[in-house]
Design a protein around this ligand. Sequence first.
Ligand code: NDP
Length: 294
Amino acid sequence: MTAALIDGTAIAAKVKAQVAEGAKALFEKTGKRPGLATVLVGENTASQAYVKSKRKACADLGMESFGNELPKTATQEEVEGLVEKLNADPNVHGILVQLPLPDHLNEERVLNAVGIDKDVDGFHPVNIGRLSMKGRKPLFVPCTPAGCIVLLEEVGATFKGANAVVLGRSNIVGLPAAMLLLHRDCTVTICHSRTKDLPAVCREADILIAAVGRAEMVKRDWVKPGAFVIDVGINRVDDSTKKSGYRLVGDVDFDDVKEVAGAITPVPGGVGPMTIAMLMKNTLRAAEAALGVL
Ligand code: NDP
């Protein structure tokens, strides 16, 4: 069997088109555009590239973005002071603090400082707490896991009663992905580096989300025939045929697993494009709420 390809680029384009329409309607009603403030501390090249692509997405969709850069020597007080200033700025509807922060900064305190109504990354403990509780609604859900759910919905996955396995328990992907699946009535297993016999646990999955950061770890014999496989991983492997000297692969051995899965995301072109699309969607919603048109 060859799995159906879950085209994250196409699905993200659909989400972005809806956001662009929403931003246009908001502007027509209020004369205001949704505004995303980015906070970048230091000169990490990957972080700079991520921020650039998020700001470009804003421009493409008719949204404002406000870049804020601090040197890598910035103090905790300076970073929190900047966040407070953005909290008070009515033109800023969403605040994105690009992670990771330099080691001397306390990430938890910085994320706590973001107002929950501008927490478009969904990382504030109140939003994560609500996501983790039954019957509570977070204002925002973290973008990568939310994107995984949209991909599954778009390809017609059944959630109710499905066995879902999430590989990874990070605050930004694994844990919130598991919570989202639980809210959709999946029976959820969360795996991590201490889990025994990972292949056997994964083989039970009707839905498998891999977010471990280990190149091509998930093999064909880990996957139940017909399962939906979402690969969050982004890993560089050496490739002398590429100008850059490397290529990107996921946590799933795509060529091997596509022979048994029912549907699978590629890397690149799967979850990656969804993350930015969901950030844009969260920013639009933050603006709609702030401007009273929700
Ligand atoms: P983290 O390093 O924060 O978490 C990795 C998780 O995987 C941990 O829970 C860890 O377990 C677990 N793990 C690591 N090795 C193993 C192993 N051998 N067996 C079982 N579990 C293991 O990573 P992130 O969650 O931040 O990211 C995961 C991947 O997703 C990365 O490749 C990252 O680049 C990618 N990513 C992609 C995004 C996108 O937009 N597509 C966005 C964010 C991340 P333990 O807790 O026990 O240490």
